[in-house]
Design a protein around this ligand. Sequence first.
Ligand SMILES: NC(=O)c1ccc[n+]([C@@H]2O[C@H](COP(=O)([O-])OP(=O)(O)OC[C@H]3O[C@@H](n4cnc5c(N)ncnc54)[C@H](O)[C@@H]3O)[C@@H](O)[C@H]2O)c1
Length: 368
Amino acid sequence: MLTAEEQILKYAIIGSGMMGLEHIRNLIEIPNTQIVGVCDPHTPSLEKARRALNRVEGVRYFANYKDLLANCDADVVVIATPNHTHIDIATDVIRTGKHLLIEKPLCTTVSDCNKLISLQRSVGFDHQVIWVGLEYRFMAPTARVLKEIEKGTVGAVKMISIREHRYPFLEKIDDWNRFNVNTGGTLVEKCCHFFDLMCLIAKSRPVSVMASGSQDVNHLDESYGGKIPDILDNAYVIVNFENGVRGLLDLCMFAEASKNEQEISIVGDKGKIEAMISESVVRIGKRKDGYGSFQDFPIEMDQHVVKGFHHGASYIEHTQLQSAVRTGREAQVGLSDGLWSVAIGQAAHHSIEEGRLVQISEVLSWVD
Ligand SMILES: NC(=O)c1ccc[n+]([C@@H]2O[C@H](COP(=O)([O-])OP(=O)(O)OC[C@H]3O[C@@H](n4cnc5c(N)ncnc54)[C@H](O)[C@@H]3O)[C@@H](O)[C@H]2O)c1
């Protein structure tokens, strides 16, 4: 008799573009895991999946995800398709009762996130794990920060500042990421990761958001079917939490000439902790040790885990999801986490459009 750990978990991947391939690379490395189906309507993407899986037997390939769902005996489905397609595909997957890993952002709007939450409640499959791919929690430096905060290293958290200074958006299949209507907007698409981290660290719900941002540098000379991209490339976003914690996001997408793509700084009443993601260093300063005191901790990456890229976070995400599936536990990153991270992003966009503080309660009540 096989133990829960030994039982093979069968996967179907919907969307084999950049992120779908990252999932495939990771799943190939995980024991007792088998990919049984891949679907993508874009032939070159499907071919890339075939090449990545050339040594794996028994994989079936589809152009339409409904055919995959009808014909593939998978335990877990991964959705790695453009953001605006998530709502329809996730609705169909959830109805099958199969476990689901859905890429971030959960959906492009709060209204669609709420539809999936209602659906999960109404279909009511026992032990169906629905996991949202907010995997920055699992990056080694971030995970260390979360652990230190849990230990009380910086005391009661008061301020969370996250800076992402990086390169412009990459080119995507059919250029879907050039328009807000497809992505939900940069602050939903990209920054849901950081808003999720803020909620996790603050251990509280967001109440209001104030933001300033615009599209100043990137993609202005591009045109798709006569349309110029409308995605913002820089912003400051302030998030107020119910328990008084304050968050600040500093996003710049024309700042690739810098050392760290992400820098996270959390200050509590007893000290400060920082994570420099590209350098893979965590810095801790304790107020009791006096002015200017701090210690740097280099964070080692497990080479086995980083094989699939994204600093190893996707691999850990998959192993944690598998553990939830095998033991009948709930998703560690569930639909409500997906909702809050989208709600802050959507509120931030609204704040920029209207030039005012936006209450999260307003955004939660919007229905598309
Ligand atoms: N977790 C992360 O850090 C992270 C990083 C990058 C992208 N993402 C997310 O992953 C998703 C995919 O992004 P990407 O970068 O791989 O984009 P991509 O353009 O590289 O790939 C998307 C793929 O989905 C396919 N597709 C489109 N509609 C489909 C459908 N109906 N059925 C099946 N396949 C379909 C496209 O043909 C394409 O091959 C997005 O939601 C994105 O936000 C997450």
